[in-house]
Design a protein around this ligand. Structure first.
Ligand code: CDT
Length: 307
């Protein structure tokens, strides 16, 4: 079964840029995607706002304006309407504030009929919760978000088994295997990755981009699935985030790659029948996994050295 899949990379969003302006950019990419035959489109993590966890506020309620209390809402309804008109499925990330007052870094998957058919709340939150004066850059996701409560689920959408992960999740094999064990055929990943956000002078942008690509290619190969990883990138409020949006096939090869750091569409035709080869041979989980040796994966969080 073939599907033309797109990744809508979004260039930097500045602090003062309103949701309507961002949605207009998303719709321009959706129009281009439709013109190129895209049937399912992937947008980044936190698509609607600047990547505000780089900023510290003592009273976190001052940042509630970055969060959405309903979805779709007035700003995003035109995007939902456009997709429905095109018969296109899509996914994007945003900051969710629930009626119970809980804050999540969330991604939704929307069917071509305009229904939200899967919601995912980010599991692996990088960074820290308090201001750290010794850092050159703050990364305060643990201050502004709760760890997600959904776990990694899949949905059958447009004939393919789809699942979502968000940014830092892509670096963890547990993410991929949780989806792989449900037969996933397309993993979507939105990300915002600062080019500099820790104290290590050695870790340049090339190494960061390599680690991103390595993680996505390995995850796709080891679970025999397509993956679409899409950046929000470029300069945001004087801070750089790398681009590097890619579509990867079940062999772990990059089949589409963004060229720049701005708004840009990448497109690839995915043949989901190709997922079956890896899933039935070297990664035939039923035949080859040895769960009797995997207890540590779920019983232990950090490293314990006992020798
Ligand atoms: N948004 C997000 O999760 N970013 C993190 C930055 C970690 S610093 C290497 C990421 O894993 O890309």
């Amino acid at each position: 079964m073939n599907m033309i899949v797109g990744g809508a990379q979004i260039g930097g969003i500045q602090k003062d840029e309103g949701r309507e302006a961002v949605v207009a950019r998303m719709m321009a990419l959706m129009q281009e995607a439709h013109d190129r035959g895209v049937e399912f489109l992937v947008y980044p993590e936190m698509t609607l706002t600047t990547f505000f966890p780089r900023f510290y506020v003592e009273d976190r309620a001052e940042f509630d304006h970055w969060f959405e209390t309903e979805m779709p809402n007035a700003a995003t309804q035109p995007l939902f309407d456009m997709a429905k008109g095109f018969g296109m499925g899509f996914t994007f990330g945003y900051c969710e504030l629930t009626p119970e007052g809980l804050h999540y870094n969330t991604s939704i998957l929307v069917s071509p009929e305009g229904e939200i058919v899967l919601t995912y709340r980010k599991t692996h939150l990088p960074g820290h919760a308090e201001y750290e004066a010794e850092r050159t850059h703050q990364h305060l996701e643990k201050r502004y978000f709760l760890a997600g409560d959904t776990g990694f689920n899949v949905v059958r959408n447009q004939g393919a088994i789809m699942g979502m992960a968000i940014c830092n999740d892509r670096r963890w094999p547990e993410t991929w295997r949780s989806l792989g064990l449900q037969g996933v055929e397309l993993v979507t990943i939105g990300y915002n990755t600062p080019s500099q956000n820790n104290l290590s002078a050695e870790e340049g942008i090339e190494r960061r981009v390599y680690h991103h690509e390595l993680s996505v290619c390995a995850g796709a190969y080891q679970n025999s699935t397509y993956a679409v990883a899409v950046a929000k990138c470029g300069m945001e409020d004087g801070n750089h985030m790398f681009a590097g949006s890619i579509i990867v096939d079940p062999d772990g090869f990059v089949i589409a790659r963004a060229q720049g750091e701005g708004d840009e569409l990448i497109v690839a035709e995915c043949d989901f029948d190709k997922c079956a080869f890896g899933k039935s041979t070297v990664f035939n989980f039923d035949a080859h996994r040895r769960i009797e040796h995997y207890d540590r994966i779920t019983e232990q969080t950090g490293v314990k050295i006992e020798v």
